[in-house]
Design a binder for this molecule. Sequence first.
Ligand code: NDP
Ligand code: 2IT
Length: 445
Amino acid sequence: MTMQEFMEKIEKRNPGEPEFIQAVRGVVETIWDTYINNPRFVKNNVLERLIEPERVVSFAIPWVDDKGQVQVNRGYRVQQNSAIGPYKGGIRYHPKVNLSTLKFLAFEQTLKNSLSTLPMGGGKGGADLDPQGKSEGELMRFTQSFMMELWRHLGPQTDVPAGDIGVSAREVGFMFGTYKKLANEFTGVITGKGINWGGSLVRPEATGFGTVYFCQEQLKTKGTSLQGKRVAISGFGQVSWGAAKKATELGAKVVTLSGPDGYILDESGVNTEEKFAYMVEMKNANHNRVEEYAKKFNVPFFAGKRPWEVKADIALPCAIQNELNGDDAAALIKNGCIVVSEGANMPCTPEAVQAFIKAKVLIAPGKAANCGGVSTSGLEMAQNATHCSWSREEVDAKLQAIMKNIHQACVTHGTESDGYINYIKGSNIAGFMKVANAMCDQGVI
Ligand code: NDP
Ligand code: 2IT
């Protein structure tokens, strides 16, 4: 079978799922030679089996809003692959959540978790709820209804969710409380928990910190560092916050943040405790518009625009899938951008990725560069399992070591003959090999 025929079969089986096909194609194109030249993988049909989720559940979420009206949303959990550990991956509340989005995220998560070096399979879940403007009471009732169904599919050795877009510590708390009541047990069934009831230090910052640690490794291969670099960041949530904090700490100047309304250009830098605290406050209030940042800190706001038009040495897309297209990539390249590290999942379109690779810009995919979040979730699981808690320094040191490890795996599997490090290829091959071998070891089941 040729790669083309293989992809045609996958497309036919998953109609109307463009994001899922995009993610699968991005992986298949880079691992095909590795796959097809391994008789054991082919005999076990591991690639097709890896693409097919082991289980998908979809369910109704009825709930009562503050006006007393009964609402209904749709919830999902995609349990993609459990070859190397229990299903693991976040829960997203976003109006555009559908099966295509969650299947792409669960597929990517499987390879990401494999790269993390920790024993975690891949999954993702969510609901088509728009959390913007919802009261705390509404979010609690909604989350309780969501968990009333989901809990039976979870367990510390079965499936361990966490947060994602629209779900942070508060919603994780509501999920945990509901699970604890229904299961009548206090276990580490979800990560991103509060620090007083089983959470890990550094988990809130971990995705953004990890992205910057990874970026630091990329820069090292070019003989440079973050010191004095201009950084363009998109998004206005947990990942952007962690990335802005760590990039600042390591000597870079973060000049942009963005929301669905546009972007802000802060030439003095997103670099004060007041600005970081404001980001946390907005995230906790589920407010992702940045125009008010511009007013509060007296900086320009560009309505309806994306930050990729500014001059920056480094781009950290930290918002949402497909937020940086081929034209954005061309603008960044023209302006001298040398490194792109994806804090979000699949933020660069295939055209953007190809443009960066052609221009020899070092581009790291989310499955490598944002792996710090789920890795620290894995560290939270380890602490829960052993009933202990590690210091901030211990967790941060482990996170740094993991990010360095992943970077090394990308270098090993992705370095081209001219020395260019193709992180897309490197991360896909490294992530795939581990899962594929585990699947072969465990038989056709
Ligand atoms: P955020 O709260 O920052 O949410 C991202 C927001 O981006 C959404 O609310 C969305 O708004 C907004 N958005 C949509 N389009 C654009 C755009 N063009 N420019 C800027 N913003 C836009 O979520 P997180 O920080 O938690 O997650 C951000 C990304 O990081 C996601 O891709 C997530 O999957 C990924 N990630 C998160 C991890 C975590 O631990 N939280 C771990 C690893 C990856 P709207 O609702 O209006 O569409
Ligand atoms: O995309 C991701 O890796 C996350 N949202 C974090 C998942 C997790 O289980 O911590």
